[in-house]
Design a protein. Sequence first.
Length: 130
Amino acid sequence: MLFNNLNDETIIYGIIAVIFSRWFTYVFFGKKVKGVTETFVYAIATILNMYREALKFIPLIFGKNYSGITYYDVKGKSNISKVLIANSITLTPKTLYVSEEEDKLIIHRIENDPKKAYSNKNLWDGEEFG
C-alpha cells in the first residue's frame, strides 16, 4: 500500500511511525527520547533531504548526456572482491553494475562526452577488501 508511493498520506504515516517508535522506545526501554517537536523536525528534515537528493538528478534528465556500456577487469579477484567492486561502482555517481561476463564487470555509464561513456578509464580506483 505505501511502498513505491511518495505522497502526502505516506509522509504523514511516516511521521506517525517515527513518533510512535520514539514513544515505544521510551516506554519499554526507558531511554531518553527527544520531544515530539524535535522528532517532527527531524522527520521533515529527512524528507526534505530525500527531495534535495532527487533534485540533483534533474541535470541528468534534461542535459545532453551519453549512455554507454563499458567493463572493469576483475580477472584473478575473489568472489567477495568482485561483489565489493561491483557495489562500489554502483555507488559511484553515473555508474551502475550490470553483470559479470568472462572475468569482467559490465558497467552502464552516463557521461557528458560519448568517448568517456564507453571508456573504462577512471571508472573505479579503489582498494577492495577480501
